[in-house]
Design a binder for this molecule. Structure first.
Ligand code: 5GP
Ligand code: MG
Ligand code: MG
Length: 192
């Protein structure tokens, strides 16, 4: 990676594309239909877990025809690395009062399950009318707590992925696809 090279393109750092842009777009249309049907006649509070879910939620809510409110919660368990280094921590709280609302939590990826288990437990205490979760990606083999999402975009193998909102050290979120970083870039000394 050479950010001062005018020819540098972050896509060059991807070793393998797991989900391409068109496949994401098509799946989001289907996911939008599933969610519209599940919440027909209801008014939904969509809560995005940022930063990872920002691109996904921006595209997904534009596939939704149900009335909705949008809020964000900022959670972090990674520090510039490819493995979680701490328990999920709430960095910035939501503003909406979830009491009595139909709540749909959106995250980029479900891995150990710790993040969504923590957030759902926290939101349940706010007494929503209903609480469901939606993730773009599910690494099904890596759970450390028993947790399943209600809506899933894609199931992927246990690889550290970036792009379409997912980062490595806050980089690569802008990639239109989801891919695996070149191995030599996964822990560069200048970022750790
Ligand atoms: P969990 O708490 O389920 O282990 O992980 C959820 C969070 O960890 C995600 O919201 C995401 O921020 C981060 N995460 C887990 N796997 C990956 C991955 O493969 N790539 C990236 N960039 N982040 C991941
Ligand atoms: Mg996250
Ligand atoms: Mg991250």
């Amino acid at each position: 990676m050479q950010t001062n090279d005018p020819a540098y393109n972050p896509l060059d750092d991807i070793d393998q594309v797991l989900v391409d842009e068109t496949t994401i777009k098509n799946r989001l249309k289907e996911l939008g239909k599933e969610i519209n049907q599940a919440y027909e006649g209801r008014d939904v509070a969509v809560i995005a877990i940022i930063n990872g879910a920002i691109i996904f939620v921006a595209d997904l809510i534009r596939e939704l025809s149900i009335p909705l409110q949008l809020d964000c919660i900022r959670i972090s368990s990674y520090r510039d690395d490819t493995k979680p280094t701490q328990a999920p921590e709430v960095i910035d709280k939501i503003r909406l009062d979830l009491k009595g609302l139909d709540v749909l939590i959106i995250d980029d990826i479900l891995d150990s399950g710790n993040t969504l288990a923590r957030v759902t437990e926290m939101f349940r205490a706010m007494e929503p009318a209903s609480l469901k979760t939606c993730v773009l990606l599910d690494k099904k083999t890596t759970r450390s707590v028993d947790f399943e999402a209600d809506f899933v975009g894609f199931r992927i193998p246990d690889e550290f992925v970036v792009g379409y909102g997912l980062d490595f050290a806050e980089r690569y979120r802008q990639l239109p696809c989801i891919g695996i970083l070149r191995p030599e870039l996964q822990n560069p000394p200048e970022w750790s």
